[in-house]
Design a binder for this molecule. Sequence first.
Ligand SMILES: *Cc1c(COP(=O)(O)O)cnc(C)c1O
Length: 387
Amino acid sequence: MSALMQTYARLPVTFSHGEGVYLYDTGGRRYLDAIAGIAVNGLGHAHPAVTAAIRQQADKLVHTSNLYRIEAQERLGEALTAVAGMENCFFGNSGAEANEAAIKLARLYGHQRKIDKPAIVVLEGAFHGRTLATLSATGNRKIQAGFEPLVTGFIRAPRNDVQALRQIAAHNPGVVAVLLEPIQGESGVHALSPEYLRAVREICDEQEWLLMLDEVQTGNGRTGHYFACQGLGLVPDVITTAKGLGNGVPIGACLARGAAASVLGAGQHGSTFGGNPLACAAGLAVVQTITAGKLADNATAMGRLITEQLLDDEAAAANIVEIRGRGLMIGVELHKDCGELVQRALEAGLLINVTAGNTIRLLPPLVINRQEAQELAAAVAQLIREA
Ligand SMILES: *Cc1c(COP(=O)(O)O)cnc(C)c1O
C-alpha cells in the first residue's frame, strides 16, 4: 500500500477471483457484484468467451504497434461501427482517451472551417475523465480543483435547458460541438430528457456543430440498447466508449460518421498501445457476445425487476426519493447522504457504489439472471430499510 500514491480511498478487501456476478475475496468469502468494476465487467467475471479470446490472442501476438496493420483492430472496428451505425473509429486505452480523441477531432473540425478558437459546449454535472482536457470538460469543481490552469475552449450549459443552448449559439460563433452523456453517471444517474436531446440534435444541424455523445458508461449494452442513443432514435456525429468494451481489458474508442469521419488524418492523432491485438480480441468477443446474446434486452428486463422490487418494499421505498436510469444503470436517490452504506454492503457481501452523496449506484453485470437480480434487490432493500 505505502508504495502506492494515495489517490484512492480503498475499501479493506482484496479479491482473488470471480465468476459471473460473483467475486471471491482472498479469504474465500463470496460477494454479489452490483458495480461490475464501475460498469466494466458487463459480461461478468471470467466470461468464457472473453477468457478464450484473450488466451488465444496471447498465444499468438500481444502487441505490434500502429506502425502496421492489425487484424483484430480491423475486425473490431468493423463490428463496433456496424452495431453503432457509425463509419469509422479510433482506438485508445480508456474513456478519457476516447474523449481526448473526440475533443481533438472537434477542434480540428473547427480549424478546418477557419474557426481560430473552437469551443465545445459541455454540461453541468458532466464527467468526462481525469486527463487535463477531460477534467476541464467535466462539470465538477472537486475534480478540477488544484489542477488549474484548466484547458480552455469549453462552454458550460445547464442540463435539459434548450433555451440556454440557443443563447450560447446566438452569442458564441466559435462553438463547433456539443459533448454530453445521454445519462450522466457520476453526477447521480441523470438521464437527459429525450426532448432535450432531440433539440440538441436540431441545433447542432442548424449550426453545423458536431453532436458528440460520451457513452463511456452508457454504452456496450448497459442501458438496454448497444448504445443509449439507439434507444432514443438519436443519431450523433461522434460516440465515445470504453468501460464495458473490453470487459476489463483496457480499451476505448472514438467513433465517427458523416463530416466527423474524415476530420483526423495521418499523423494527427495516435496511441502506442491503442487498439493492440490483445485488447481488440477481447473487445471483439464482448461485442459479439452482447449482440448475439440479447444481453441489452436482459439489461432492460433485469433493471425493471430490480427497480420494481425496491419500490414494492414499503419500508425501503419510504427512504427512497426516486429511482433513475435505464437498463442496468440505476441510481437510487435516498432522502439523506448514504456514503456509509458502501461499507455496510461490503460487510453483507454486496458491492455497491454511492455517488453524489445520496445516490446508490447499481451497475451489475448484464449477464445477471432473474434469481441473482432478486437477490441483489433484496440485499439493497435491506440496506435502504436500515439506512
Ligand atoms: C468513466 C468515465 C469516463 C472516463 O473513463 P476512464 O476509462 O476512467 O478514463 C469518461 N466518461 C464517462 C461518462 C465515464 O463514466
